[in-house]
Ligand binder design. Structure first.
Ligand code: OFO
Length: 169
């Protein structure tokens, strides 16, 4: 059985993951509209992943006798200044999510809820991967020229970066 405090912080995390999914979906749509096919594919798939994180939490909360609340979400930005701007936002967002996950873990320990603590370890590892991936993408963006041919190459190679980053961790 979940304590009220753990249930509440898990429900906040449901909102954060749903929000991430929505955020990446908005970025994917912007990238698709601006001709960045590879980037949009990357972001659509990232958005799906975030939804699966949300569902994982929803399932766990309900299984443990709590009530998973499906939240209303703020509307994400419609437009971005550049691809670099997109990924800068993405990295900052993931760092923020990592802090939120750490806070959930911290509350689990305070509440002596070792079952939820154990469940949350999956998210801790996932955040290491997500931050590593975002940093790999930013490193690549810092290497390529911000002209049409640089962006063309980046867009062509981005799915490969996803695989490289997940192999690293
Ligand atoms: Fe759910 O991992 Fe990103 O935000």
């Amino acid at each position: 059985m979940l304590s009220k405090r753990v249930e509440e912080v898990l429900n906040s995390q449901v909102q954060i993951e749903a929000n991430s999914s929505q955020f990446y979906l908005a970025m994917a749509s912007w990238a698709e509209n601006n001709g960045y096919e590879g980037t949009s594919e990357f972001l659509y798939s990232h958005s799906d992943e975030e939804r699966s994180h949300m569902l994982k939490l929803v399932g766990f909360i309900n299984e443990r006798g709590g009530h998973a609340i499906i939240p209303a979400l703020p509307k994400p930005e419609e437009t971005y200044g550049s691809i670099k701007d997109v990924f800068k936002n993405l990295l900052e967002h993931e760092i923020n999510v990592t802090n939120k996950i750490n806070n959930v873990v911290h509350i689990c320990l305070e509440e002596k809820d070792y079952t939820t603590h154990n469940f949350m370890q999956w998210f801790v590892s996932e955040q290491i991967e997500e931050e590593a991936l975002a940093r790999t993408v930013m490193d690549r963006l810092n290497l390529v020229a911000e002209d049409a041919s640089g962006m063309y190459m980046f867009d062509r190679d981005i799915m490969g970066m996803r695989n490289t980053a997940s192999n690293k961790v």
